[in-house]
Design a protein around this ligand. Structure first.
Ligand SMILES: Nc1ncnc2c1ncn2[C@@H]1O[C@H](COP(=O)(O)OP(=O)(O)OP(=O)(O)O)[C@@H](O)[C@H]1O
Ligand SMILES: [Mg+2]
Length: 258
């Protein structure tokens, strides 16, 4: 079966950590949607995207249910990795295989019967749009930095797995270009859900799900209300990137140079 057809996911409410019913009605996630999940540490952000990852049917700690196109998803979505329409990338996503980048991608392409020409070169070049440190096919997977690994996993999920839904758990400090990732994935009509503590990533998303005590407490769509603030935050983010780079190369940031 092809897993690049358009699908809509619906998250139905479960129970809070205290065992009370959640108050939201349901949350639909459609192709091209970008959603951020925000909230304090321990508020249930990872649990929320885990529910989506496993297509929860009241069988996780939250009691939520997740539907695909309005129905309980078929068993193969859950059991067969080649059919699974979801890719989850976390801060701990690592590749343990001692292979080169090219060999790793070739292995993955072989399992997917993906016969598209130049797929490996295309995947590496897409990954390189997301990270400042260029990846080459000959590099060992084990030698990639966190940002390079995450960028490669996103490009792999998009081009090789062709996953229509990406779940990204706190990848913001990994040195990847957030806006490039978001606009690229939106252009491809991928649904992307970010768990994030980064105001810039939250503000780039169309919708913001706010968590507290294991519960979805609000769902915001700030839209034009945040346009002006987003412009400022983008400038601040650029300044932070420059600063980060200067610190990385060993500069002392004197008051006159900032
Ligand atoms: N609705 C819920 N009912 C019961 N337990 C829950 C619920 N939501 C989350 N939990 C549990 O609470 C703990 C913290 O949740 P989680 O790891 O999702 O928090 P988080 O927001 O991702 O935190 P962090 O920002 O530190 O990553 C986990 O053990 C999780 O299983
Ligand atoms: Mg978490």
């Amino acid at each position: 079966m092809s897993n690049d057809g358009e699908i809509t996911i619906t998250v139905c409410p479960g129970l809070t950590k205290k065992g009370k019913p959640e108050t939201f009605d349901h949350i639909d996630i459609s192709p091209g949607d970008t959603i951020s999940i925000v909230g304090p540490t321990g508020s249930g952000k990872t649990a929320f995207i885990n529910d989506i990852e496993v297509f929860a049917q009241g069988d996780t700690v939250t009691g939520r249910r997740v539907l695909v196109n309005g129905e309980v998803p078929p068993e193969r979505f859950i059991r067969d990795p080649a059919c699974k329409p979801i890719a989850m990338i976390t801060q701990n996503t690592k590749c343990l295989a001692d292979l080169s980048v090219g060999e790793f991608l070739e292995m993955h392409v072989a399992t997917r019967n993906n016969l598209q020409e130049n797929i490996i070169a295309d995947t590496i070049s897409l990954a390189n749009e997301f990270t400042g440190e260029k990846i080459v096919a000959e590099a060992r997977m084990s030698s990639l930095s966190g940002g390079q690994t995450r960028s490669l996993m996103i490009a792999d999920a998009v081009l090789i797995s062709k996953a229509p839904i990406l779940l990204l758990d706190e990848i913001e400090n990994a040195g990847i270009f957030k806006e490039a990732v978001i606009s690229h994935l939106k252009g491809l009509r991928k649904a992307v859900i970010f768990v994030t503590h980064d105001p810039y990533v939250s503000m780039l998303s169309d919708r913001r799900i706010v968590m507290k005590g294991g519960e979805v407490v609000s769902i915001l769509s700030p839209g034009d209300d945040e346009t002006e603030a987003l412009r400022k935050v983008r400038e601040m983010d650029e300044e932070m990137s420059v600063l980060r780079e200067r610190i990385r190369v060993g500069e002392v940031i004197g008051s006159g140079s900032f």
